[in-house]
Design a binder for this molecule. Structure first.
Ligand code: SF4
Length: 349
């Protein structure tokens, strides 16, 4: 049944694809890129359809300054750094959290820092909280639960709609349509993307993670383009509601506020991230440890910045699969399972 449905959708895509121009459809979610690559969806597309990975990997865009500050904290005798596994191997000009050999613990969910803090009452436990809206909400929930005096938060939280606005304003990217991320949409609601069709005339479809769901999203995009429309549609409506998860949004903005933040390889983007509100500066590691903003240095040969912005494919990088592999990542896009270079290396393109 699934196979028949896939065939039907692929046939529709071929019949709807324009004959006279290319259509660049961007996803902004590492899990979408995983499905597209793993299921070989690109190979099923007509020549006119280009499926482009965008900034869907939080590890890839976490600023080098934040990672270096995390490394330096982990090298203090009085600190234990706790963060997600992918962050441990992210390369910087001074190495990675793991290679620096400091005090760190890998966690898979924010509440695990409570156990670490309890077992180490004489240490300051710094939770390096990174990611998009999907990880900000659990960090806010941790703060709502209440944290012990020896827990601090080092934030590197990014906002998805804001980076997408940067992309649509960049003529070099040339996005024709967006497939909006299912997980982030479950938090922010499908309405968070209405700016793209309404203000920029870009068809936008919220999708889930099954190949059929992504193919259906592509069909919806192509119908819109054929009919000269730009609308917001949702083919993941079993999970994503227009208003999203209001409770999670309230919690996020109770503890965090929008801030100008650095994106790795891209630079400072106004109001594109979340920082702890001033009233929580007693738990803000940047304030408590007086952390500096460190100037980023580009990794020689790495074009991760272009890959993240949809201006290049991983295979355009001369280091891809040779000097840079998942075992020996030279750039952040090769580290995380959500990074485009890592995904393309594992599954081919
Ligand atoms: Fe950077 Fe490695 Fe990707 Fe090249 S293959 S862009 S070096 S992460």
């Amino acid at each position: 049944m699934k196979r028949e449905r896939v065939k039907e959708l692929v046939n529709l895509i071929h019949s709807l694809a324009p004959r006279d121009r290319k259509v660049k459809i961007m996803n902004v979610c590492g899990s979408h890129e995983h499905t597209i690559t793993h299921a070989g969806l690109r190979s099923l597309m007509p020549e006119a359809i280009e499926l482009v990975p965008g900034p869907g990997c939080p590890v890839c865009v976490c600023s080098e300054s934040d990672v270096i500050n995390a490394i330096n904290l982990s090298n203090r005798d009085d600190v234990i750094l706790a963060t997600y596994g992918d962050m441990l191997r992210v390369p910087t000009k001074i190495g990675s959290i793991r290679s620096s050999g400091g005090n760190y613990k890998m966690i898979s969910a924010p509440h695990e820092v409570l156990k670490i803090a309890k077992e180490n009452p004489d240490k300051k436990v710094v939770f390096f909280s990174i990611g998009f809206e999907t990880t900000t909400a659990p960090t806010a929930a941790l703060l709502e639960m209440g944290i012990p005096d020896n827990v601090f938060i080092l934030t590197s939280q990014k906002l998805t709609p804001e980076i997408m606005e940067v992309l649509v304003k960049d003529s070099e990217v040339g996005v024709d349509a967006f497939i909006a991320p299912g997980h982030v949409s479950a938090i922010v609601g499908s309405k968070a993307w209405k700016v793209f069709p309404e203000e920029y005339g870009i068809p936008t479809v919220v999708a889930g993670f099954e190949p059929e769901n992504l193919l259906l999203a592509i069909v919806k995009v192509l119908y819109q383009l054929k009919e000269g429309r730009a609308d917001l549609e949702n083919v993941y409506s079993g999970v994503v509601r227009p208003e999203g998860n209001r409770k999670a949004q309230e919690l996020m903005y109770k503890y965090f506020e929008k801030a100008d933040v650095n994106w790795r390889g891209i630079g400072l983007i106004p109001k594109s991230g979340l920082e702890l509100r001033p009233e929580y500066s007693n738990v803000n590691a940047k304030v408590v440890f007086n952390l500096p903003e460190i100037k980023e240095e580009k990794i020689p040969g790495c074009i991760c910045d272009k890959v993240v912005l949809g201006k290049a494919y991983p295979t355009d990088c001369k280091l891809f699969g040779t000097a840079c592999t998942p075992r020996n990542p030279k750039g952040p896009c090769m580290v995380s399972l959500e990074g485009a270079c890592n995904i393309w290396y594992r599954f081919g393109n």
